[in-house]
Design a protein around this ligand. Structure first.
Ligand SMILES: Nc1ncnc2c1ncn2[C@@H]1O[C@H](COP(=O)(O)OP(=O)(O)OP(=O)(O)O)[C@@H](O)[C@H]1O
Ligand code: SF4
Ligand SMILES: [Mg+2]
Length: 329
């Protein structure tokens, strides 16, 4: 179960220059991850899930500006680290499974060498020890015939097996935190469940914290201890899973939950929340969800709802959360 905070982030802002526009991708995000905790970050495409985590790791691409008041991981203040120090922490202390598999796997390098490389780059093990450990890791993530498979190239594996190799690389140096960006999205449902079961098992065996980024609310509720819901670059709700399922308080989360419940009832079509998420081209001054919100009032269009404590461990950024709960209930 959750105990000590491992990662603490306060007031993270990331914006990009795109042509003459500025994209306000992350707008004042604060959260923490405790040791051994599994935190899900959910939200629609473009809500800022990947940019939030990649900003902390120094991995945002393009013309980006990152501002953060505080980002502490274990003993390190991440914004104070040099690119070299950050690179060393990434991979050794924080394992990352990237959303784009091509970022992680080199198509022209044998997979065994790639897993070994993950250890050698951080001087984590001698070549001999790294070789033996690679075989152990391939077995640990469920790849049969590890000795033979060591020599294969990524294209010789199925999508699920490639995902297992990426997990092996990410955990090779025994990180305390694993960031998994959409680790199951491209996989079919059965393989998706197998990968989640593997992550669950690794988490228990290694007492590793995991941040799993997903647009799938069902994956998050089944797998995580706590969920952060993002909308237009902000966290709009944060709570333990049980609280989310029992009493979601933000109209956006309520909409996400309803669409999950409907998938569960056979034959009925999924009814997503009507409307589209905005591309944020100016700093948010009001509730970005207002154009899609059935509970919106004038105040919502005039005043930014701050993330506030609704009950212990449950935070929400909605002016009307208390009324919404009773109206939606
Ligand atoms: N390198 C970049 N340059 C310009 N804009 C970017 C860049 N990376 C991300 N963005 C923009 O930042 C916003 C947040 O993107 P992000 O990738 O974090 O979304 P996401 O929630 O991870 O979505 P998805 O579910 O599609 O992965 C989007 O509007 C995106 O277009
Ligand atoms: S602040 Fe207003 S518009 Fe935004 S989610 Fe709450 S009720 Fe809806
Ligand atoms: Mg993403």
């Amino acid at each position: 179960m959750a105990d000590q905070p491992l990662l603490t982030v306060e007031s993270l802002y990331t914006r990009f220059k795109r042509g003459t526009d500025t994209i306000y991708a992350v707008n004042g995000v604060s959260f923490s991850v405790s040791a051994g905790e599994v935190v899900g970050v959910v939200g629609e495409s473009g809500s800022g899930k990947s940019v939030t985590m990649m900003s902390l790791l120094g991995l945002v691409r393009g013309r980006a500006t990152v501002d953060v008041k505080r980002a502490t991981f274990k003993k390190w203040e991440l914004p104070r680290l040099t690119p070299r120090q950050l690179e060393d922490i990434r991979g050794r202390e924080i394992g990352v499974i990237f959303q784009d598999p091509m970022t992680s796997l080199n198509p022209v390098m044998r997979v065994g060498d790639q897993v070994m490389e993950a250890m050698l780059a951080h001087q984590y093990a001698t070549p001999r020890a790294a070789f033996n450990r690679t075989l152990d890791l391939l077995r640990e993530v469920g790849i049969p015939d590890a000795v033979q498979r060591f020599r294969n190239y990524p294209h010789e594996f199925s999508g699920g097996m490639r995902q297992r190799i990426m997990i092996a690389m990410a955990i090779a140096c025994e990180p305390d935190l694993l960031i998994a960006d959409e680790p199951t999205t491209a996989l079919d449902v059965t393989v998706q469940m197998q990968i989640l079961a593997l992550l669950q098992e690794l988490r228990e065996r290694r007492h590793m914290s995991i941040v799993i980024i997903t647009h799938d609310f069902g994956v998050a509720t089944n797998f995580c201890d706590r969920i952060l819901v993002m909308y237009a670059g902000r966290i709009v709700e944060s709570a333990a899973v049980a609280e989310f399922v029992a009493q979601p308080a933000h109209p956006y989360t309520i909409g996400l939950r309803s669409s999950i419940l409907e998938i569960g009832s056979r034959g009925r079509p999924l009814s997503p929340i009507p409307g589209l998420p905005p591309t944020v081209t100016e700093p948010p001054k009001n509730c970005s969800f207002a154009p899609r919100c059935p509970y919106a009032i004038d105040r919502c269009r005039e005043e930014l709802p701050e993330l506030r404590v609704l009950s212990p461990g449950h935070e929400v950024a909605c002016h009307r959360a208390e009324e919404v709960i009773s109206l939606a209930g």
